[in-house]
Write a protein that binds this ligand. Structure first.
Ligand code: ATP
Ligand code: MG
Length: 138
């Protein structure tokens, strides 16, 4: 389904009080919230969510960052959701993120970059199922 993407507001942005600001910008950009929760990933959750990066040198750091506090998970709907949301969040490295993007506004470093967005329609579906049961989706 090309109209859904999965967002996480990462622990750094939650700690820094940016949940409201980020949800405001996401909805102002035309995304509709189809599911939403505050939750905390276990080590196993984070290792499984980012399994594609398990051989990378930063994997341990990524897992410990993603599990250190609560996150907000949201399922978002919009035409071209995956690619439009990646545009809204900006480059992985906030130093390279375009003006006005969520990472330019709220990220502090490459590792602590405030927001996750799915990178394909297929992963959006897998990530939605990872975070939400059927009765949590609207
Ligand atoms: P995300 O999947 O969280 O939306 P992304 O798709 O922009 O981010 P990925 O390549 O999937 O980037 O990397 C996943 C996460 O791993 C990044 O968001 C970042 O937190 C971390 N990461 C990636 N590359 C590095 C790096 N070179 N050094 C430290 N952390 C990194
Ligand atoms: Mg990614």
């Amino acid at each position: 389904m090309a109209h859904l993407t999965l967002m996480m507001i990462k622990p750094d942005a939650v700690e820094n009080g940016h949940i409201g600001n980020i949800l405001e910008k996401v909805t102002a950009a035309g995304f509709k919230i189809k599911a939403l929760k505050l939750t905390q990933l276990t080590q196993r959750d984070a290792e499984s969510f980012y399994a594609v990066h398990s051989e990378r040198p930063f994997f341990g750091e990524l897992v410990s960052f993603m599990t250190r506090g609560p996150i907000v998970a949201a399922l978002l709907e919009k035409e071209n959701a995956v690619s439009d949301f990646r545009t809204l969040i900006g480059a992985t490295n906030p130093a390279e993120a375009a003006e006005g993007t969520l990472r330019k506004l709220y990220a502090t470093s490459m590792g602590e970059n405030a927001v996750h967005g799915s990178d394909s329609d297929e992963n959006a579906m897998l990530e939605a199922a990872f975070h939400f049961s059927e009765r949590e989706r609207f």
